[in-house]
Design a protein around this ligand. Structure first.
Ligand SMILES: Cc1cc2nc3c(=O)[nH]c(=O)nc-3n(C[C@H](O)[C@H](O)[C@H](O)COP(=O)(O)OP(=O)(O)OC[C@H]3O[C@@H](n4cnc5c(N)ncnc54)[C@H](O)[C@@H]3O)c2cc1C
Length: 425
């Protein structure tokens, strides 16, 4: 029988999306031996696996004041989207020129720390071994077969709270879950001032004819080129933490995207010579499991602007919940949800209960469904990831589990490194 491969590391980051990239970079910059495991052949999460180019959560909608610095700000700077030292970013949701550029930048930043970081792409975390109050091993599956990872500290950035779930720490799913969306791009679309209105009518007809079970918008965005639209319109209800349901959703999403493209090509002037550039490659997952951690960030915390001594990140996006039915002309019924002022996310909202060595960052951190509909955006997820990576490295230095760390000290360390929460000073 083949001997199973084993890898030892200080910090294991599972999932190399928005939160995971920042967590891995932060842990390795803070001198922890770090391993990043990502199921796709590249990192970037929603930005590269789904194709979404928005850096939401970087600045306050009302004032444009920068609320998140650190790694996401550095990435924007490296892509030439913001000037060093900028204190205001307008519009508040900068668009990346290319998701491929982001993919390469993430590779370069992840591998810039040589010896202290290893990256395993095409590798899925698939199980956890728990001994008492510690995660003693995480199993991953890749071309080497099943590999056992022994890490002192584990950071779950899978978006779905996979590690937390398998470690049997408290997690929750709020039903009905928000729907999934496959994004796609259509090229060689000729200018037509009525394009959006006509595309909307065309989807209404497809829906009435029984060809399209559900859609929203449609949002047609000239994000990457003057003649190419990037489409937000597919809406598929389901539970992406269930393997079979996720496959069903991928199939439905692809079918719906193609139905939309065919309807527009046939009916909407401007689409005659268009072509389907690409979709996904993964369907976008808005919501599945969330950690029920040491503090569950609530909508009340956000709306009242509650201050936490152990704040490690700042959120500022509106509460954006998508319903499981067609909404014509917008993503939500009646437009956007509550727009908060910048608010604190405490360290304890990243710390699991019942195990000593698990942090959870990104959209599966500890928050109510309503609160998470604001904290889930790209830059806020990265800010939580940076906090988790920094904390995990501090725990290694202090030879204790992340649960025993003083969140106030994590905040101070982040601030010292030019990251962490917005301060009013
Ligand atoms: C359709 C859609 C539209 C959105 N629109 C916007 C928007 O306009 N602006 C905005 O800012 N935010 C938007 N969001 C929300 C936001 O982008 C995500 O919530 C954000 O990506 C959260 O970051 P994350 O790191 O938690 O998750 P992700 O970025 O999804 O990263 C999770 C990573 O973990 C990997 N992974 C998962 N399971 C495993 C495993 N078992 N083993 C190894 N790797 C694993 C995945 O491949 C992925 O790379 C949208 C989300 C969706 C789904």
């Amino acid at each position: 029988m083949k001997e199973q491969k084993k890898i030892k590391t200080d910090v294991l980051v599972c999932g190399g999306g928005c939160a995971g990239i920042a967590a891995a970079i932060a842990a390795s910059r803070n001198n922890a031996r770090t391993l990043l495991v990502e199921r796709a052949p590249f990192s970037g999460g929603i930005i590269t696996t789904v194709g979404l180019p928005f850096f939401d959560g970087i600045s306050d909608k009302k004032t444009g004041r920068v609320v998140v610095r650190g790694i996401p700000f550095e990435m924007l700077m490296k892509m030439g989207r913001v000037k060093p030292g900028a204190t205001v970013i307008k519009p508040h949701n900068p668009t990346l020129r290319s998701t491929e550029e982001f993919k390469v930048l993430a590779d370069r930043m992840l591998t810039a720390h040589g010896e202290s970081i290893r990256v395993l792409y095409n590798s899925s975390a698939c199980d956890v071994r728990r001994e008492g109050d510690r995660i003693s091993a995480v199993m991953i599956a890749n071309k080497d077969g099943l590999v056992e990872i022994n890490a002192s500290q584990v950071i779950d950035c899978t978006g779905d709270g996979d590690i937390a779930h398998w470690a049997e720490v408290p997690v929750e799913k709020t039903m009905p879950l928000m729907p999934m969306t496959l994004h796609f791009r259509v090229g060689n679309v000729k200018p037509n001032p009525e394009l959006r209105a006509q595309a909307r009518e065309s989807l209404k007809r497809a829906s009435e004819a029984g060809k399209l079970p559900m859609f929203y918008g449609p949002g047609l965005i000239y994000a990457f080129a003057k003649d190419e639209i990037y489409v937000h319109a597919v809406r598929v209800p389901g539970d992406a933490s269930d393997a079979e349901d996720l496959s069903r959703a991928e199939i439905q999403g692809r079918s719906d995207a193609w139905t939309m493209f065919e309807a527009w090509k046939k009916e909407v002037p401007g689409f005659e010579d268009s072509y389907f550039v690409s979709s996904g490659p993964y369907i976008g997952i808005r919501e599945t499991r969330r950690l029920v951690g040491q503090h569950v960030l609530s909508a009340k915390d956000i709306k009242l602007g509650r201050r936490f001594d152990d704040a490690v990140a700042t959120g500022c996006w509106y509460m954006d919940r998508h319903p499981n039915h067609t909404t014509i002309g917008s993503a939500n019924d009646g437009g956007g949800g509550y727009q908060p002022d910048p608010y604190d996310i405490p360290y304890r909202a990243l710390v699991a209960k019942k195990v000593d060595n698990l942090l959870v960052a990104g959209r599966c951190h500890s928050a109510s469904a309503e609160a998470a509909s604001s904290t889930r955006v790209t830059v806020t997820a990265m800010a939580m990831g940076q906090a988790a990576g920094t904390a995990a490295a501090m725990a290694i230095k202090e030879k204790k589990g992340v649960v025993m760390l003083d969140g106030v000290k994590v905040r101070e360390e982040l601030t010292r490194q030019g990251a962490g929460p917005l301060t009013d000073g």
